[in-house]
Design a protein around this ligand. Structure first.
Ligand code: HEM
Length: 373
């Protein structure tokens, strides 16, 4: 399994560099006085986070599972795309490569659906299609506040599909599948409508997000694992459950604040979803995905609770500041969001090194995707 490492390392590095550039851009967008580095850096925050970082990483995970060399073209294109996008501001080359990479991701997902035609694979494929559609709209010059919901659908449907897949251990009833499909379809309908009728679309998106959050809270295994005796399982459950709550908050905000194009309310609506939901999922899944991707085992340590708590507290501060117009609270909340993520990554790297050395710590080993989380 470790032979994966030399193959995937360049793509993993591109993804992490994309995250670094995206975080720098996020601080610029918040108003922190930092060197702008590139004229288009601040403006590129959304595409760096969605495509440069997460799109590259998620596609890489699929390639590592399917092990077909040609598939590496997809993360290579998205990785190269964000670099060239920053290197040549205003040129179409970078966005075009990212869009081609997302087309590759759709092809990979279609192969997965053909192998296993299930609601969860179809949901993930729908997510990849939304990413491609969003990128095409972006390439065509559509306003970012409309593109953003297609990008959000990529992440929401990918994660929801993965959770449905993992929920199979609880043997969901046909009714549960129908409720899931209905919630996902409402959300997807909202994304479609938002391109032509933003006000109506955002309202439907809010209802869809709320319905998906309710489904995940009620039927995902996370709720049952919150009191699990295994500390790792409990930690993952906490990450997932808290992420679902933020997803619900994003749904409620969408139902109440209407269409936003920039500013504090836009920030709150988007980052309850992207930071509260998506980053919580990353905190919960990373210790499982890393071994699946690289073959390197990671051990759990209770210190992982620290960045998780920091993430939620700082996001609560950021959203409260957004809603009350408290500008410096918003700036600090965003900065601490980033600190929590960086701290998490440092602790993850530390645990990898400790696991490599076989150090004896009060830890629980993690054994790939079969983990009950
Ligand atoms: C971790 C700390 C983060 C900070 C400090 C941050 C900061 C910001 C800011 C200030 C904005 C503009 C809001 C406004 O108009 O006032 C923004 C927009 C956006 N953010 Fe983030 N963000 C963060 C995380 C994320 C993550 C994790 C994602 C995706 C997974 C993301 C995706 C986006 C997108 C797609 C937009 C809208 C694109 C645009 O209008 O340019 N952000 N972010």
């Amino acid at each position: 399994m470790r032979r994966n490492i030399p193959t995937i390392a360049p793509f993993l590095i591109l993804s992490i560099l994309g995250l670094t550039a995206g975080l720098w851009a996020g601080l610029l967008r918040l108003g922190w006085v930092l060197p702008a580095l590139r004229s288009n850096l601040a403006f590129s925050h959304g595409s760096l986070m969605i495509s440069g970082f997460l799109g590259t990483l998620i596609t890489l995970e699929r390639v590592a599972a399917l092990r077909r060399a040609w598939m590496l073209a997809a993360p290579a294109l998205t990785g190269l795309g964000w670099v060239l996008g920053l290197a040549f501001p205003g040129q179409v080359l970078g966005p075009a490569l990212i869009t081609l990479g997302s087309l590759g991701a759709v092809a990979i997902l279609l192969i997965i659906v053909r192998r296993e035609t299930q609601i969860f694979t179809i949901t993930m494929a729908a997510g990849a299609l939304c990413w491609l559609a969003g990128n095409l709209l972006w390439l065509g010059g559509t306003a970012l506040n409309r593109v953003v919901w297609w990008w959000a659908a990529y992440l929401v449907l990918t994660i929801a599909g993965e959770r449905l897949e993992l929920s199979r251990v609880r043997q969901p009833k046909p009714l549960h599948y129908r409720l899931f499909t209905a919630a996902a379809l409402v959300f997807l309908a909202g994304v479609l409508v938002t391109t032509a009728r933003p006000q109506t679309g955002i309202f439907i998106i809010g209802a869809g997000l709320l319905a998906l959050a309710a489904w995940l809270i009620r039927f995902d295994i996370a709720r049952f694992n919150l009191r699990h005796p295994n500390p790792l399982t409990r930690y993952i459950a906490l990450c997932l459950f808290s992420g679902y709550l933020w997803l619900g908050v994003s749904g409620i905000l969408n139902l109440t604040v209407g269409v936003q194009a920039a500013g504090p309310l836009y920030d709150a609506v988007l980052h309850t979803l992207f930071v509260g939901f998506v980053l919580s999922m990353i905190f919960g899944h990373a210790p499982i995905i890393l071994p699946a991707l690289t073959g390197i085992q990671v051990s759990y340590h209770r210190i992982f609770m620290l960045p998780l708590a920091l993430l939620h507290i700082s996001l609560a501060l950021r959203v409260a500041a957004d809603l009350s117009g408290w500008h410096s609270g918003r700036m600090w909340g965003g900065l601490i969001n980033e600190t929590a993520l960086i701290l998490f990554l440092i602790l993850l790297a530390r645990q990898v090194l400790l696991s490599q050395k076989g150090a004896t710590h009060p830890t629980a080993p993690i054994s790939g995707r079969n983990h009950p989380g």
